[in-house]
Design a protein around this ligand. Structure first.
Ligand code: 17E
Ligand code: FE2
Length: 435
């Protein structure tokens, strides 16, 4: 036995916690051997490591369904995004893109992956701009994917930031990116010059994905234009091609401006199509509504409504310190907290749902659901969170005590209590927990 985690509360998926406490045994090969009821006398085999959970939450790792590792940590280079819009962000990035080198991309992407591992993220889908004749970021991220393979899984989306149809050579570059090993095909229909070009770009993306057996994840309707309706095209293509839950529409912020009648039609279509949605609250709370007076829209997709319609919705971080988001530590618990307020998921049952949107719901976006979880035979990938429930982990914004990948501890954060000297009382450690 490699490891025994004793006395843990087990996250069971969909925001729920399994009844009672459990012990989890990790076999030598780095997979879960057994999950059994808690026994305080249980010991690991002589060489095994014992982790006492003390009732803390044991969860499969966080999953980041949407990040841009190629642009990360470039904020202010060569100059800031002064207007704060998506459009100026794309223009600033276009300038920075010309100076990319292999070492530059590898260095920044690896740094953010380290942050993610420390935060308990072990599965990542990153977009990578392929509207670049050199495809330097794509090749660099493919190297990074190989380097981290033993600890984290990294999916690379060939993302045509400046268009497939409207950018000169866009389709050729996208096709070349797939040939060079991209895992997922991207698109950006709302950025194409015309509605027809947007539709054509989605057709191209789906044909390419089908030909190579890949998934699709498009930046889709990331604009406050209620007439931007590419998600219906994406869902229909997903339905007719059979890609279904292998297709994802990211951002879809125009949905925040759709009228009720159209929204109802769309909910039915999206549910039938099986596609996933990824909302990115940090970026879109910052970028959208910039052309509005008051009332000012907040640029979020219909998270609550689509969940109610049975659509899989996940939360993504999107950016870390780049032209579209100046801040970020790549911590999904922050994404969940901001996302749940933005989407008003403040009900007692909705807060755990926000947790599922950075764990099992995000895993479904990546298509890794079969190996994801703490079931016998699954890779022993997990986080032990100093919290008693998913809602508490979100509320207290905890960092994992342990992050374990395939039975090995990759990150450890000791508890660091804050001493409070309160008038008339002896100093105590502050306890933010509530029963
Ligand atoms: N590119 C884009 O088109 N949209 C975004 N939100 C980011 C990059 C971050
Ligand atoms: Fe994005």
């Amino acid at each position: 036995m490699l490891m025994l985690v004793r006395g843990a509360r087990l996250y069971a998926g969909d925001g729920r916690v399994a009844p009672g406490l459990v012990d989890v045994e990790v076999a030598e090969g780095g997979h879960v051997a057994r999950v059994v009821p808690y026994d305080d006398q249980r010991e690991p085999a002589s060489t095994g490591r014992l982790i006492e959970a003390h009732g803390d939450l044991l969860s499969p790792p966080f999953v980041e369904p949407h990040i841009h590792l190629d642009t990360a940590l470039t904020v202010g280079e060569p100059r800031p995004n002064a207007s704060g819009t998506l459009w100026e962000g794309i223009a600033r990035w276009s300038e920075r893109k010309r100076t990319l080198t292999r070492e530059d991309v590898i260095g920044r992407a690896t740094e953010v992956l380290r942050w993610q591992a420390a935060n308990g993220v072990l599965h990542v889908r990153t977009h990578c701009d392929v509207t670049d004749e050199r495809l330097v970021a794509l090749d660099a991220l493919a190297e990074v994917r190989d380097r981290v393979r033993d600890v984290m899984t990294l999916q690379i989306v060939a993302f045509p930031q400046e268009g497939i149809v409207s950018f000169p050579g866009g389709e050729r570059l996208l096709t070349e990116a797939v040939a060079r090993g991209a895992d997922v095909v991207g698109a950006i229909p709302h950025f194409e010059d015309t509605r027809e070009d947007g539709v054509a770009s989605l057709r191209t993306a789906f044909e390419l994905a089908e030909r190579h057996g890949l998934r699709v994840d498009a930046h889709c309707d990331e604009i406050d234009d209620e007439q931007s309706r590419f998600v219906e095209v994406l869902a229909t293509l997903a339905l007719r091609s059979g890609l279904r839950d292998r297709a994802t529409a990211s951002h879809t912020t125009a949905m925040g401006s759709y009228n009720g009648a159209y929204s109802y039609k769309l909910q039915r279509l999206l549910a039938r199509s099986g596609i996933n949605l990824v909302a990115n609250p940090f970026a879109n709370l910052g970028l959208q509504g910039r052309f509005d007076g008051y009332p000012k829209r907040r640029g979020l997709t219909q998270v609550k409504e689509m969940l109610a319609a049975g659509v899989n919705v996940a939360f993504g971080h999107d950016d870390v310190m780049d032209p579209w988001n100046p801040l970020g530590t790549a911590d999904p618990l922050q994404t969940a907290l901001v996302g749940l307020y933005a989407a008003q998921l403040t009900g007692a049952e909705e807060i755990p749902t926000a947790y599922s949107m950075i764990t099992d719901r995000a895993a479904a976006v990546l298509g890794i659901g079969e190996e994801y979880g703490l079931r016998p035979g699954c890779p022993a990938d997990f986080v032990l969170l100093p919290a008693g429930s998913p809602a508490e982990a979100v509320r207290r914004q905890v960092r994992p005590r342990y992050v374990v990948s395939r039975g090995r501890v990759v990150a450890e954060t000791p508890a660091a209590p804050t001493r409070l000297a309160w008038p008339g009382e002896a100093p105590v450690d502050v306890d933010f927990t509530r029963p």
